[in-house]
Design a binder for this molecule. Structure first.
Ligand SMILES: C[S@@+](CC[C@H](N)C(=O)[O-])C[C@H]1O[C@@H](n2cnc3c(N)ncnc32)[C@H](O)[C@@H]1O
Length: 407
């Protein structure tokens, strides 16, 4: 068993409240694949809302319209209650785009039981004419062959392990590095969405100060080094005031290092089961394309709405107000707050520039509301400022193409 497996196994225990582990490294009585938790609502909404625009966009560079999708930690495909897991969602997306894109899907799963369900789902998809394959075994084992099959086509990889996933080098060199020379279908059409696990950071970081005897400690710490691209994270953990700060610092450090190494932009979205819970994991997108940054921002914002909706308690008899009715009002009030923040961001930009193109300033415009607000809120902010005579841009037209000018 490698250091990676050990950490994975440990983390599975952690995720699953210390129950005994079955063949998946997941407790046999685990609720994980029985029904979907709110964290997975956000993850799946983001994934399924992003993959279609990604495939539509980058597929224009592929001569045959073929786009490769890799899910290296696929799970069984569906939860036991029938709800779609990431493979079922992506196969549904593949069916939706089949008229103009061939989404060539590879699903890798190590666990035997999950693989059995997965391969059944994939066989059904093949029966409908979709191109999909279920591969049994470890993510690392299948990476090379999937990359070979993706040569000459755009690639989107979803890496969603329970604990530590592919190492830093596999991510930066094998996935991104190997495709850097492949022109339009390589460098600019390679994206990765990964789950950077906060439980792993908290648990493995805790080993640094733990005085308990643990024979696996050195291997576990080394595995974290390999995942993070060096031991830099250790000092970050030790310098943090608490676990929350440690997760933030180490996630940001990882994202910055990967982005720098591969020359990409990145989005980081915190995922929790409940608003007041600690972060379960961060979903991180690495993209080298401005379109990717914008499309993902839209997907994340819309996904957050569904995540908030999933938090609603069902109305009960005798309740004086229905939480579902209040939901729209709360959303509207949130949106007013975002528009207000974006207005201030615009005014700040106009202090130093006579005019600017929205497309080139996503980060500054969305400061403070990134992952929450979307393009429609930028338009609303521009329109308000126009009405007040604070810009000559009337907010009409494609949002990203708006040129915001001083009056
Ligand atoms: C978080 S679950 C995946 C959930 C799935 N992506 C979804 O959203 O529906 C992680 C899965 O990865 C599998 N797994 C763990 N280590 C693996 C490895 N080294 N290679 C491939 N699969 C692995 C586990 O058996 C588990 O089914």
């Amino acid at each position: 068993m490698s250091a990676y497996d050990e950490v994975y196994e440990e983390d599975a225990v952690l995720d699953l409240s210390g129950e005994s582990l079955g063949e998946e490294g997941v407790a046999s009585s685990s609720p994980f694949f029985v029904s979907k938790k709110a964290a997975a609502v956000l993850k799946h909404e983001i994934l399924s809302r992003y993959v279609v625009p990604f495939a539509s966009k980058v597929g224009t560079y592929a001569p045959d319209g073929r786009v490769v999708y890799l899910d290296s930690y696929a799970g069984p495909g569906r939860y036991e209650d029938g709800t779609a897991g990431s493979p079922a969602l992506i196969l549904e997306a593949a069916a939706r785009v089949a008229g103009f894109r061939q989404l060539d899907c590879y699903f890798v799963e190590r666990g035997r039981k999950s693989y059995r369900s997965l391969s059944q789902l994939v066989a059904e998809a093949q029966g409908q004419g979709l191109t999909a394959q279920a591969l049994q075994g470890r993510a690392e084992k299948h990476l090379g062959s999937v990359l070979e099959r993706a040569a000459g086509s755009p690639l989107f990889a979803f890496l969603d392990p329970f604990g530590l996933g592919l190492g830093f080098d596999a991510l930066t060199q094998d996935i991104f590095g190997s495709r850097a020379q492949q022109g339009l279908t390589g460098r600019h059409a390679t994206e990765v969405l990964l789950n950077f696990n906060a439980n792993a950071v908290r648990r493995i970081g805790g080993l640094l100060t733990s005085t308990k005897q643990n024979p696996r400690k050195p291997a576990t710490l080394n595995a974290m080094d390999a995942a993070c691209g060096g031991g830099w994270w250790r000092q970050e953990f030790l310098d943090s005031a608490d676990n929350q700060e440690a997760v933030e610092r180490i996630t940001n450090g990882f994202v910055d290092r990967v982005s720098q190494e591969i020359g990409s932009g990145a989005w980081t979205i915190e995922v929790r089961n409940r608003a007041h819970h600690q972060v379960a994991y961060n979903l991180v997108l690495f993209t080298r394309h401005n379109d990717g940054m914008w499309l993902f921002g839209e997907a994340a914002s819309l996904a957050q709405v569904e995540w908030r909706r999933a938090q609603l308690a069902p109305a009960e008899n005798g309740m004086l107000w229905n939480p579902v009715d209040a939901f729209d009002d709360e959303e509207a009030s949130r949106a007013r707050g975002w528009v207000h923040t974006i207005r201030e961001n615009i005014m700040e930009l106009l202090e130093t520039k006579d005019d600017f193109l929205v497309d080139n300033h996503q980060e500054q415009l969305m400061a403070g509301v990134a992952g929450e607000a979307r393009e429609m809120h930028i338009r609303a902010a521009v329109k308000e400022l126009y009405k007040e005579g604070k810009t000559r841009c009337n907010g009409v037209g494609r949002v990203r193409m708006l040129r915001v000018t001083r009056p």
